[in-house]
Write a protein that binds this ligand. Structure first.
Ligand code: HT7
Ligand code: ZN
Length: 893
């Protein structure tokens, strides 16, 4: 496909000012759309987007100002309808009415993009370009309209929902019923939504800060009502938090959430009618893990926060996607951090970024957070746009301070309410509200792809009590960007003293500056020096505190003892965590090298094994530490992270796998009794334990259990513990934790727990998907066969359902390193077959899976050649979707 280019933006020739929709829901649904189009450009034709294929859209009639337009008076191709200018006799600024009637077949729409059916209910997904699958329209985000939507259906479809307020409802003479919805706020069609179905409903209300009452509703498939209270609590917390933290009040008298089983992404922020993947709504203690509860909170918050960051102020074009997504991810991260443990949320967010976004930034799909070109926009709902985008917003907050950020955000909303704007407009509001110059920041982070590499060297002058930091930065080439300008990097630093084992105070820049114990240095040049004054002893530097910028940091003079010291004594919990990870990574790298030289990896012989073990022991015994942080410290860098850290073309799957297995064995064997002790100490709830402490305790308990089953002497007892935990769990975290612990061990307990788990939950789709995931991620050699057996279970597995695909195929390709990269290529062939199969059903799901092959250049032969061959096979598929084609072609370039 021809790429769309950011710099070729042109405003629309016609704007749809008022949209009057009538949707008659049925097997073949009739849709009538009457639009008042205002001409913006003299002489221009009206070019409407429309795609027949996904929902079998058929044009019934076209009327201009109420007069029928003959079919030969307009042109239709695969993607557009063009009404010639001559048929639209209005001047610039004047309006003309265009009414188009079509039919669609929602049941046939397996792309889940547009109007489709999920478990018998009608629903829509319009972002980014789904509206064109149910109507010919100017489908672009800068076309903002006022919608009136009449939904009609048989009474067997009792709930009829759309955006805004329901202003009228009633019965029709033919026995059907209708509801009329009016949304007073102008919006692009990607925020339009419509639902028709028979649901269970939880209702509640929220009174806003100015005293307005909002009716809240959560609509779920029948039988799921008892799993909705958590989502409702989260929603109310989100309303309150946005008022308190960012002065944002809700702006309508209704807010509804509908949860459906078939959904490509997590959820969608349609104005006042959010539609969710049921995975991110439904939860109770028996069926949802602690992580599920937290994810639901984050995603309910995220979609609600879009009401301002995305809906009231939206994107001018899809290149600006990070304007709403990066900002809203940042807002949901802050929401979760304010409500739970900030430190562990930060580490989890950094893990996600480094494990997945850094990989994207180093591969063939690398793009700036504001891309310059796309073939299929759906491919750019990426970790870069979302997660790195959120880091860029976080850096702005670091630079202008949280108070300045709040001011800047208020100015942005005030200035641009009701508009479709750009990332530059956002940065400008931040600059103006804070009187700062962010031009270098904007011109680097928004335009350059790739992860910057920052190295720091220090030199201490005892006499002058000065520490000099020499900071260098560079950024590897990415597709289409060989050379990079130095980024504007806020580098947060602190100093830790070895005599006090605590923070040292210092001054930045001048000897008479204010004394601080942490500072943000602005690194803007390829090489730069910073002097810290009043440093009373030679310190251990604590660098990139809180992961203050999305960069790869190195400081070669930090010894392994320094890392252990920071892991034990730094006050910054991110640096504490990071120092432990860095130590483990260094040891792993040496184990990989050893394996490459033909020596069987045995971590026990490693000279620094005792250092790592004593550091972990110290962490485990530190009663002052949040147990969630202890658990995070126990998780070692995995195979995939090690492969990513190596030079392109040098990752040998066998060497990496044996090194990582050896390190896990070392920890399991070296700390066995301590894991057993900690397991016992964390098994039962403590008196007056807070919910957050209970989550952390269970997290640590399950980490210990996973190590215990890897300890040869303690395994038998550990398997008994796992079975007991499975049978008498505190909640699903424990039950699922027990299954996870036995996942990779070929033993009777594994067979039994998997069978019991399935028997208990076979009627619960979401829990069965957990059962899929465990098997898809098992390191046992039978995994591909297990996935084939799952595919043969039509009562629970449906390849048309994205959650099923993600829980089996994506879980395998993205989370089972040894299985996906099996040397005989069986993992690759299995996944490539699925991509080819799913491409005809749902191209977006297929293209997400295809991204798993884009790292092929990282590996040595035979892995690289086998991955490459599968990419060629996918590329050769007949009628390959543009979504998959873009990924595959860029990967092969
Ligand atoms: N803004 C939403 C994006 C989304 C989406 C994009 C492409 C295909 C399907 C989709 N479903 C939802 C979700 C969000 O970021 O809030
Ligand atoms: Zn979003």
């Amino acid at each position: 496909a021809q790429p769309v280019l950011r710099l070729e933006y042109e405003p629309p020739a016609f704007l749809a000012k008022d949209v009057d929709l009538t949707v008659e829901l049925d097997d073949t649904s009739k849709i009538s759309c009457k639009v008042e189009y205002e001409r913006q450009r003299e002489g221009a034709d009206l070019v409407l987007n429309g795609e027949r294929k996904p929902a079998q859209m058929e044009i019934q009639s076209v009327l201009i100002n109420g007069e029928s337009l003959d079919a030969d008076a307009y042109q239709v191709d695969d993607e557009t309808m063009t009404i010639p200018s001559a048929a639209l006799p209005v001047k610039v600024g004047e309006k003309i009415s265009v009414q188009i009637d079509v039919t669609v077949v929602p049941e046939k729409n397996t792309s889940l993009n547009g109007l489709y059916k999920s478990s018998g209910n009608f629903c829509t997904q319009m972002e980014a370009e789904g509206f064109r699958n149910m109507m010919y329209f100017v489908d672009r985000p800068d076309n903002m309209s006022i919608y009136r939507t009449k939904v009609i259906a048989s009474k067997s479809v009792p709930h009829l929902l759309s955006n805004g307020n329901d202003v009228e409802r009633g019965d029709l003479p033919d026995g059907r019923h209708f509801v009329l919805w009016e949304d007073p706020w102008p919006k692009p069609c990607y925020l339009f939504a419509l639902v028709g179905g028979d649901f269970d409903v939880l209702t509640d209300s929220f009174t806003t800060c100015s005293g307005k009452e909002v009716r809240l509703g959560i609509f779920v498939e029948k039988g799921n009502l008892s799993k909705t209270p958590h989502a409702m609590d989260c929603l109310k917390r989100a309303f309150k938090w946005d008022e308190e933290r960012f002065d944002r009040e809700y702006d309508l008298s209704q807010f509804n959430i509908v949860a459906v089983s078939d959904f490509t992404m997590g959820a969608m922020e349609n104005k006042s009618l959010n539609i969710f993947n049921s995975k991110y709504v439904l939860a109770d203690n028996d069926t949802a893990t602690d992580t599920d509860f937290l994810n639901i909170e984050g995603i309910i918050g995220h979609e609600y926060f879009h009401n301002w960051s995305g809906n009231r102020v939206t994107c001018r074009d899809w290149f600006q996607l990070t304007l709403k997504e990066g900002l809203t991810v940042f807002r949901d991260q802050e929401f979760s951090s304010d409500l739970n443990s900030r430190a562990s949320k930060r580490i989890a967010d950094v893990q996600l970024l480094r494990d997945h976004q850094f990989k994207e930034d180093a591969g063939p799909m690398a793009h700036p957070i504001r891309p310059d070109a796309y073939e299929a926009i759906d491919n750019f709902y990426s970790l870069t746009v979302y997660e790195k985008g959120a880091e860029i917003i976080r850096m702005i907050q670091t630079i202008v301070t949280p108070e300045g950020f709040r001011k800047g955000l208020n100015l942005y909303f005030e200035r641009h309410d009701g508009q479709a704007v750009t990332c530059d407009d956002f940065v400008k509001a931040m600059e103006d509200a804070n009187e700062v110059d962010l031009s270098l920041f904007r011109d680097t982070w928004y335009t350059q792809a790739g992860t910057p590499e920052v190295s720091v060297k220090t030199s201490y002058n005892a006499e002058a009590a000065e520490l000099t930091l020499t900071v260098e930065q560079s950024c590897p080439a990415t597709p289409g960007q060989a050379e990079k300008e130095p980024f504007d990097i806020p580098l947060a630093v602190g100093l830790v003293g070895t005599s006090s084992n605590g923070p040292l105070r210092f001054k930045v820049g001048a000897a008479d500056a204010e004394e601080v114990d942490s500072a943000v240095l602005r690194v803007t040049k390829a090489k730069q020096e910073f002097t810290l004054h009043g440093v009373s002893e030679k310190p251990v530097p604590s660098l990139l505190r809180g992961f203050s910028a999305p960069v790869k940091l190195s400081c070669s003079e930090l010894t392994r003892r320094d890392l252990v010291f920071l892991a034990a004594h730094d006050t910054d919990s991110f640096v504490r965590y990071e120092s432990g990870q860095e130590l483990a990574k260094q040891i792993l790298t040496e184990l990989v090298e050893k394996a490459a030289s033909g020596v069987e990896a045995d971590a026990l012989d490693h000279e620094d094994a005792p250092l790592l073990l004593s550091s972990l022991e110290h962490t485990l015994r530190d009663a002052s530490l949040d147990r969630a942080l202890v658990s995070l410290a126990l998780a070692m860098p995995n195979e995939s992270a090690m492969a990513d850290a190596m030079e392109k073309g040098t990752a040998n799957v066998d060497h990496i796998s044996s090194a990582c297995a050896a390190l896990r064995r070392l920890i399991a064997e070296g700390l066995g009794p301590l894991f057993a002790e900690t397991y016992e100490a964390t098994r039962e709830p403590a008196k007056n334990e807070s919910p957050g402490d209970a989550v952390a305790r269970r997290q640590l308990k399950n980490s210990c259990l996973r190590y215990l089953v890897k300890n040869s002497a303690l395994r038998e007892d550990a398997l008994r513990k796992a079975v007991h935990q499975f049978e008498a769990p505190e909640n699903m975290t424990d039950r699922y934790g027990a299954v996870l612990a036995v996942r990779d061990i070929d033993c009777s307990e594994r067979t039994r727990l998997l069978q019991d788990f399935f028997d208990m939950y076979k009627s619960d789709k979401l829990v069965v998907q957990k059962w899929f995931r465990v098997q898809a991620q098992s390191a046992l050699p039978s995994t591909v066969d297990a996935m084939k057996s799952i595919m043969d279970m039509p009562e629970v597995f449906d390849i048309k359902n994205p959650n099923c695909c993600y829980a089996v195929f994506n879980a395998f390709a993205g989370g089972n390193f040894t299985g996906f990269h099996a040397a005989d290529g069986s993992g690759y062939t299995f996944v490539a077959d699925r991509i080819i199969q799913i491409d005809d059903i749902n191209p977006q799901v297929a293209s997400r899976l295809a991204k798993q092959f884009s790292s092929w250049r990282s590996f040595t032969a035979p892995w690289s050649t086998k991955m490459h061959a599968e990419l060629e096979r996918i590329a050769a598929k007949k009628d390959l979707s543009k979504d998959v084609a873009e990924i595959v072609h860029k990967s092969l370039e």
